[in-house]
Unconditional design. Sequence first.
Length: 520
Amino acid sequence: MKNALKSLSFLMVMGAMIFITSCGDDDGGIIIDDGDGGSFSVADGIYFAGIAGSDTTVVNAAVLSSAKVEGPDFGTIERTGHFAGYIYLSAGNYFFLEVEDQSAVTGYGGTVEEVTSDVGGELASYSLVTIAEGGAAISIATDGLYHIIFDSQSDEGIVSQVTSWGLIGSGVYKSACESDGFDADVDFTAASSDATGSSYSLDGVILKDGKIKIRYNDAWKIERRSTIDPDDPYNAANGYVALTNFGGTATALEEGGSDFDIPDGNGTYDVDLAVDENGLISLAFASTGDAPECDFDADNFQWAVLGQAIDQDDLDASGTADGWENDDQNFYYKGNVSGVDTWFGVVTFEGTDGAFKFRANDAWTVNLGGTLASDGTESTLALSGSDIANPGAGTYFITITTDDQGETWKATMVENGWALTGAATPNGWADDDDTNDPVGVDHDMTGNGTVSGVATYSLSLAMTVGEYKIRANDAWDYSLGGDMTGLSADGANLSISEAGTYDFVLSYDGNTYSITATKQ
């Protein structure tokens, strides 16, 4: 920062006492008379300082440390002139104080605005200070722990109150079987917080094989980039991304550090989090017992759909289904994502008569029924519930989920089945601006229904030389590729070697998908 004052005289107005955390006589800084016969040293650096009595009376100050910001591939990078710290503040007025060359001091205040964000992963709210030399004091309304940032390149500061700490990761379990992964925190309980430090506790948390981190206020970062250059997204001239998460190791945490392993193997733990008076953060794990065993196995729930709504041939002369014992369409188990076990299926219904149900493992021991809307609304199904009404002729994408190891089952259904997409199809596929993943232009296939247990879907389409895939519901959650005679979920792209119009037929025999491409 420029135009630094050349004396410290204004610090001693009316015999004010100055308290500088993390500084001692051996820091190599200038020695300040404390007005009471004693002295201490003040090292060069950026401080966040309190004001009392008048705008020239410093009552306390805490030094900020050089801090890294977000870099490529979830890493961190150095940023010149970027300082930060975790400081307990009492309500009052504050400013940024620069001690330079062991004798030069400049005070900075500025205008304050409240910034909010509803983007997932970003800090929801914080105070942004537009820094100016001699600017207005920064008001702190509430006692508490704060994350303070000073960035000289952008001439801005950030004041963010830390209202919660959370443990997060694939190794953190809400129950014997359920982890929210890196999508949701298990929050610590605040134990104490004052100028001597802040402490938090988390009792009886289940930790299993996986990675963990901590973060505050349920956020990963503070986005302060004015523009994002896709070729150089972390260009320092365009701003920075401050970090609100810690990783590395449990005993040596660092902002934005890597995910780390649970400390001593699977078990139940009491976890203590401490922020000392110098802003250093530490974790302590105490094992209190074994981790409870999970007796839920997704392999015991190979869902399928069956009923006369799927195949009208299953109706006998009296209108009663005689094919309810034959599972026509098995579902694909996507896996456990953020604590939710998920199955996908694509089903063609015929006419408006009849009904259907879901059952597991070709048996009626576990089956689901009830009411299921066809507009994508999530419904809770009942074990051994009533037959589900035919939604009407068409091809539907169905999702079955449980987030509590089979205690509760939910489902959604929407009329949007299989489609072709890719570079070989008309219009090709596009790139999503945020993820650079192909989102595609979908060319819907027509569901032809189920005959003798085989469901088919067809499409005629002009193709160019290139790659394509098959996906459901205009999304990449459930796609097919790989070997045309035995397609696999999330399989490799398929290809067209000769341009022309092709008749595609996708077939499913209840267990295996295959596709033919016949050039006209």
